[in-house]
Design a protein around this ligand. Sequence first.
Ligand SMILES: [Zn+2]
Ligand SMILES: [Zn+2]
Length: 276
Amino acid sequence: MNIILTGTGGPLPDPHRAGPSTVITTASTTILVDAGRAVVMRLAACDIIPPFLSAVVLTHLHSDHICDLNDVVTTHWVMTPEPTDLHVYGPVGTAQAVDGLLSMLASDIGYRMKHHADLVEPPRVIVHELTPGEQFLVGDVSVLTGATDHRPVEPTLGYRFSAEGVSAVVAGDGVPCTGLDELVRGADAYVQTVVREDLVRLVPRQRFLDILGYHSTVRQAAQTAQRGGVRTLVLTHFIPTPALGEYDGWRALAADFDGVVVTGDDLTRVSVTPLS
Ligand SMILES: [Zn+2]
Ligand SMILES: [Zn+2]
């Protein structure tokens, strides 16, 4: 199984980092987790076009995590020769978000169907709304949902992907909680969105300080990883975004975890293999 950090940025624009998204791949399955800014461009850099996606999975409906879902929907639709389902999994509220997205695209959908005789129907987006504790299959990947705590944003979900003898958790945003601990326990890899509390506190504005209340700090992510006994902690969605390649300060804050810590620029790839 591979984890690709297709977007390591946060809500604020950064010229070098796309918004939050992560790809999970096995030999036969490709799952996109979240669809932040420029996700389709980053997928292209991995030779993944939207028709190759087995599913899109959403952790929550914050705009930075879904703002380019419309691009995924449109490019999946126009690049697929035959009408094909695009499966989108997410928390309750996802159907409403997708309905709104399709309304936003209604004019474009009409233009393209009028112009291309072989585009015989609108995008087929199949939404699956999930709650914590559900398990389902996408290709050869077994997916388990878990409750996360990103309040006041709710509901939110983390996902555990199991295939090829390994498992990886993509937690999305949130602070440590029991649901996350259960989801992470014994996983081979754990991907957590993180903030640097020391740097955020340098900006004396309440709107920035609010960020700390509902995101894991690097230290908290390290402690969750340590409690769960995971092998590899992958940090992403850096707030504030570091200069490319400059992660020493981030890594130093993860000292409570004694496994492998991965930090990386966009398109960092983590190979997860069974212990031999
Ligand atoms: Zn969020
Ligand atoms: Zn976020």
